[in-house]
Design a protein around this ligand. Structure first.
Ligand code: HEC
Length: 151
């Protein structure tokens, strides 16, 4: 009995933590570890797509493109899990959780475009790689237009 109430105190303290974190929110800090994780992965995708266009394509570095595409494809597959119900943030539009099937299909479109880029990078065909990389960029934008709040 005693143990149980101590445990439930601990549980309620843990449950109360996100609220405390929100109250203590300051610019540059994030609401929860999962938000921090997903922002980090989005930043990685941003850096990857930029490097593809600004660096790897000019250098004809198809293996670097393949590597970046592999990372992005994995992220596209895991993305819906990084948006559990209640993980609201300054950057995530609440519409995500009202249209989660659509959000999932947009993550999926991104993952598929990244896999396509990976496949095409293996062929070392610069024109085809450029087209496939642009298609990936299109899937980022399609989702951001509906579900990202710029801040
Ligand atoms: C299925 C939806 C979806 C796809 C696909 C997607 N994004 Fe995002 N992106 C979001 C959402 C939602 C956020 C806001 C996340 C948050 O702040 O919690 C975001 C945030 C970002 C951020 C801002 C991170 C920060 O500094 O706060 C960058 C950069 C970004 N995305 C780049 C990309 C790039 C590049 C791609 C494609 C290669 C991409 N995203 C694909 C939904 C998506």
């Amino acid at each position: 009995m005693m143990r149980k109430s101590v445990l439930s105190l601990v549980v309620s303290a843990v449950l109360a933590m996100p609220t405390t974190a929100v109250l203590a929110h300051e610019p540059g800090t994030y609401e929860s570890p999962i938000v921090e994780m997903r922002v980090k992965r989005f930043k990685q995708s941003g850096a990857d797509i930029q490097a593809i266009f600004k660096k790897h394509m000019g250098a004809g570095d198809f293996s670097a493109i393949e590597e970046a595409a592999t990372l992005m494809a994995a992220w596209g597959q895991e993305m819906p899990d990084a948006f559990p119900e209640g993980s609201n943030s300054v950057g995530a539009d609440p519409a995500i959780w009202q249209n989660f099937d659509d959000f999932k299909s947009k993550s999926d479109a991104f993952a598929k475009a990244a896999m396509q880029l990976k496949a095409v990078a293996g062929s070392a065909d610069a024109q085809a790689v450029k087209k496939a990389a642009q298609a990936v960029g299109g899937t980022c934008k399609a989702c951001h237009d509906s579900y990202r709040i710029k801040h």
